[in-house]
Design a protein around this ligand. Structure first.
Ligand SMILES: [Zn+2]
Length: 354
């Protein structure tokens, strides 16, 4: 098992060294601290941002992307920065685009790598992320076949005709999905080896690294990584460009978490998706949107409104322009608001299960 993991990695490393630089834009936010932002033209499916923290004799990486190939591309970037080993991987939460690359770090460095998460996140990786690999393996071949068939007829995913310009782009998307499917067939999501309840502090020579949990939020086990010396916060999907994905969220608790996070002394935030954020302005905006959703939904539930009636009653137009000012992530404003509202309704009616 051990040898095969190592020799497999050796197989992958050669072509990937050449590809290093194609996958991520590396943004230095402090001495030895980098945000890795996926490039839209990356040759593989990446998903989340990562953060790289280079200590005196080791490296900590936050989040491992959707695929081991993306994680290996990040390893190639790290190798260009330092020859010290990646001793720690933090999974901010269980979502596949933050944990499916874990295996790329397994048994790679002499002395091993510790995988760190909140207790609930480890449990959710076991109960949700790992089964979701099987679900994706069941559904993806059919989706790819359908996309191929549509493309052969000159149609896009929405059934609309593609322009000559769009066709090669669509072909590329389908090729990327095929490559993703091939990776899923080899997927063995590595579980966290070290879990915490409230906080875990690594007292490194170069800096302290705080790994913190406040309340539920984007999921029930979101960790943030806080560097008090550099005033840098790494948020996972508690904060993203635009509005974060709400499907597994606890909106009222999320507001409490964001308020607590705002109390930390930081100047830059590396979000789960989207560019590095300066200051706390976007954090404040997202908090206000969620707070407004939660308050309006509570009032609607108190009046006895159904979910559909509540959807009609809740008004967030005041925030639309500010959120949609992000040309990429802002487009999801309405669907994200609706998803948050649905979760807030369940929360307000006491129906939200763990
Ligand atoms: Zn997420």
């Amino acid at each position: 098992m051990r040898t095969s993991a190592v020799s497999l990695l050796a197989l992958f490393l050669l072509p990937l060294t050449a590809a290093a630089g194609d996958a991520f834009e590396l943004v230095q936010v402090a001495d030895g601290v980098y945000a890795a932002i996926p490039k839209p033209t990356a040759p593989m499916a990446i998903g989340s941002n990562a953060a790289i923290i280079v200590n005196e004799s080791d490296v900590l990486v936050v989040d491992t992307h959707l695929t081991p190939s993306a994680a290996r591309a990040l390893l190639a970037e790290i190798a260009a920065l330092t020859d010290t080993p990646v001793r720690y991987v933090v999974n901010t939460h269980w979502h596949p685009d933050h944990v499916q690359g874990n295996q790329a770090y397994f048994n790679v460095f002499p002395g091993g790598t510790e995988f760190i998460s909140h207790h609930a996140t480890r449990e959710d990786i076991q109960k949700k992320a790992i089964p979701s690999v099987r679900d994706q393996l069941d559904s993806l071949p059919q989706q790819i076949a359908q996309a191929e068939e549509q493309l052969a007829r000159g149609l896009g995913p929405d059934g609309e005709p593609l322009t000559e310009e769009q066709k090669p782009q669509r072909r590329q998307q389908i090729e990327r999905q095929k490559a993703y499917l091939a990776e899923l067939r080899q997927m063995q999501v590595t579980l966290p080896t070290l879990t915490f309840e409230r906080s875990l502090i690594l007292h490194k020579e170069r800096r302290p690294i705080h790994i913190l949990f406040f309340f539920k939020g984007h999921t029930r086990g979101d960790a943030v990584v806080y560097l008090p010396q550099e005033k840098v916060l790494i948020t996972g999907d508690l904060l993203t460009a635009g509005l974060p994905f709400p499907r597994d969220s606890y909106p009222a608790e999320w507001v409490k978490t964001l308020r607590a996070v705002a109390g930390l002394d930081f100047a830059q935030a590396i979000p789960g998706h989207g560019p590095v954020q300066q200051g706390k302005e976007h954090l404040e905006l997202v908090t206000q949107v969620f707070e407004s959703v939660v308050e309006q939904v509570r009032a609607a539930v108190a009046r006895g409104l159904t979910l559909e009636e509540t959807k009609k009653a809740v008004d967030l137009e005041a925030f639309r322009e500010a959120i949609m000012s992000d040309p990429v992530y802002g487009r999801a404003f309405h669907s994200r608001v609706e998803g948050t509202l649905e979760r807030a309704y369940l929360e307000a009616t006491g129906e939200l299960q763990d």
